[in-house]
Design a protein around this ligand. Structure first.
Ligand SMILES: *[C@@H]1O[C@H](CO)[C@@H](O)[C@H](O)[C@H]1NC(C)=O
Ligand SMILES: *[C@@H]1O[C@H](CO)[C@@H](O)[C@H](O)[C@H]1NC(C)=O
Ligand SMILES: *[C@@H]1O[C@H](CO)[C@@H](O)[C@H](O)[C@H]1NC(C)=O
Length: 287
């Protein structure tokens, strides 16, 4: 009875089409995730003196069910460093992406094949991601290509803001710029309720960290969730998350994402039902 009510709610709100409910997940039905932001999303875990130590923890191992869209726009089996051919001006190490993918698959095998679309570039500020910019266009283009092989974009994982903590003016503009960025992406990816999981900064490159952090934590858009980087371990460089911290962050991303999911309908339904209803009643979209 509860299950039936659940299905009707989902169909009514457009989260899942009734036909979609009947389909089994196939490898063409990828669960696609966009990874964007700056260096901590790109990944510097294990990079010391411009050399990556090559350490890949068990949580970040490759798996035939985890693909990545290469810089050459091909799906390939994903492995660390995930952004090596994307963030090419820097030495990349471990980021949160592989730990996220492994964790999400462990917890919900119905997601099928995970397709990661790395787009993060170190040192970038929010203005460089605005609609019309190179980075924005690349993201939308890569997302479009990712969809061509079949599948659904399930979420954007976003970790950025350190570069916007330097001037008070930029920090103050951050919230508006960030909301605009998410709204533009949802429009251009034709997914008005696309889940966004973002990270609240623990520190940054300038003094206005708290302003940016508050902007991130109080963002006023439906279906945007925030995980907190406060307390995560930095590497000896004092600048970037260590490999163990990235593993932890990837798992936090996974848990936050799973809470946005209305499926699968069976096992975890009561918990998600609750979350979903909260989301639905408190952040109902204008239409
Ligand atoms: C990195 O470089 C510094 C300065 O040259 C040196 O003291 C340190 O031992 C190096 N660390 C590693 C792990 O190579
Ligand atoms: C963002 O970065 C670009 C390129 O480095 C720079 O020209 C611009 O002034 C920066 N904008 C802000 C708001 O920090
Ligand atoms: C990476 O993330 C950590 C934790 O939020 C933060 O302290 C650090 O400033 C970030 N580094 C850069 C270069 O953005």
């Amino acid at each position: 009875m509860l299950a039936l009510l659940w299905l009707m709610l989902l169909a009514y709100t457009g989260w899942v089409s009734p036909a979609g409910l009947a389909q089994a997940t196939t490898s063409e039905d990828k669960s696609i995730f966009i990874l964007a932001g700056q260096s901590n999303m790109s990944g510097r875990g294990g990079v010391v003196n411009d050399t990556w130590d090559g350490v890949v923890p068990p949580e970040c191992q490759s798996n035939p069910s985890i693909l990545r869209l290469s810089a050459g726009l091909k799906w390939v089996e994903a492995h660390e460093p995930l952004h090596a051919d994307i963030d090419v001006k820097k030495i990349c190490g471990v980021g949160p992406g592989m730990a996220f993918a492994n964790s999400v698959l462990d917890k919900d095998s119905s997601l099928g094949v995970v397709g990661l679309v790395p787009c993060a570039i170190g040192g970038t500020n929010i203005s460089e991601w605005a609609r019309g910019s190179y980075l924005y266009s690349q993201l939308v283009r890569r997302a479009g290509v990712a969809l061509q092989g079949g599948g659904t974009i399930r979420a954007i994982l976003w970790y950025q803001g350190e570069s916007d903590t330097v001037s008070q003016e930029d920090a103050k503009s951050y919230k508006g710029r960030l909301e605009r960025f998410f709204e533009d992406l949802r429009t251009d990816l034709q997914s008005p309720m696309l889940p966004v999981i973002q990270v609240a900064l623990a520190s940054g490159q300038g003094p206005f960290i708290e302003t940016v952090r508050i902007a991130q934590l109080t963002i006023d858009l439906p279906n945007v969730r925030c995980v907190d980087a406060k307390g995560l371990q930095l590497q000896p460089d004092g600048l970037h998350l260590s490999t163990p911290a990235q593993v932890h962050l990837g798992e936090m991303f996974a848990d936050a994402f799973l809470q946005t999911l209305p499926i699968p309908l069976q096992s975890n339904a009561p918990k998600r039902f609750h979350n979903f209803v909260c989301e639905f009643f408190f952040h109902r979209p204008p239409n």
